[in-house]
Design a protein around this ligand. Structure first.
Ligand code: B1M
Length: 210
């Protein structure tokens, strides 16, 4: 079995040590960080998500898988960052209030830093006013919000509304992402952009700043 498939399998098994070991091997084999991410770590996490959805596994298993995912992400992060260039802009990112899911948001942060952006990462469970305050205080041009739960998506709308209320529309742009979010939803709430994944997030944010 190839190394990437083994990574996915070890992640599904929640084996943090093995995921780190195999990710190290994949790096030695000169596989790109993107291959390791997409075909190893994310592939494994998708299997976990599907099993969780079908109630074949429960939360402790998902938590172990998430921990294993981070052991691999830690190793590929410097490689993703190597592609970095000069400062391209400043973005505030976070997972919205009520949402603890942060893996996708962290990937967006890594890719942005790797592309030369300054990133202010507010973490997860971020209240609307924290997003806007942090952007104003830091002079960021963009707020990037992540939501993985249908129940937390409406917080994104609150941030967009707050930007309008404070008269910052046009100068402070918003981008949203996360599995339940779509471009239709972005349009519906008046967000400036939607990105399907962390790679397109960088492209979209570049487009917003130009
Ligand atoms: Co939970 N969870 N979870 N979970 N979890 C999901 C999201 C779920 C789809 C599982 C399922 O039922 N199949 C489901 C949501 C259902 C829904 O509302 N549609 C769910 C649920 C229900 C829950 C709880 C409510 C479970 C419970 O307690 N009963 C609970 C909620 C906690 C909370 O947030 N308040 C919960 C908890 C957890 C853990 C804590 C155990 C853990 C999170 C650990 C962590 O993040 N630190 C967890 C996990 C790991 C998942 C799954 C399995 C994996 C999510 C993930 O990290 N994927 C997930 C099922 C799944 O998605 N397959 C699931 C990998 C990641 C790279 O993808 O985040 O989609 P993703 O990011 C992508 C894109 O979406 C995009 O780029 C990334 C890739 O390039 N993207 C952006 C993301 N943010 C972006 C922002 C952008 C642009 C692009 O611009 C700013």
């Amino acid at each position: 079995m190839d190394t990437l498939k083994q990574i996915a399998l070890a992640l599904d098994g929640g084996d943090q040590t093995r995921v780190a070991e195999l990710t190290g091997q994949a790096i030695e084999q000169q596989l790109t960080a993107k291959e390791i991410l997409d075909d190893g770590l994310i592939a494994g996490m998708n299997v976990v998500g599907e099993k969780f959805r079908k109630h074949e596994i429960f939360l402790p298993h998902v938590l172990l898988a998430a921990r294993a995912m981070y052991s691999g992400l830690d190793l590929i992060e410097p490689l993703l960052l190597e592609q970095g260039a000069s400062m391209a802009g400043k973005a505030v990112i976070g997972s919205v209030q009520g949402d603890q899911h942060d893996i996708g948001k962290n990937l967006v942060g890594i890719m942005l830093k790797g592309s030369g952006f300054e990133v202010i990462d507010l973490g997860s469970d971020v209240a609307p006013e924290r997003f806007v305050d942090a952007a104003v205080e830091s002079g960021a041009q963009v707020i990037g919000m992540s939501a993985l739960l249908m129940t937390t998506m409406p917080v994104m709308k609150k941030v967009v509304e707050m930007i309008k209320e404070r008269g910052l529309e046009g100068e402070l742009k918003t981008i949203i992402g996360g599995a339940p979010v779509s471009s239709d939803y972005a349009q519906e709430i008046g967000a400036d952009a939607y990105a399907f994944d962390c790679v397109s997030a960088v492209e979209r944010i570049r487009g917003l700043i130009v």
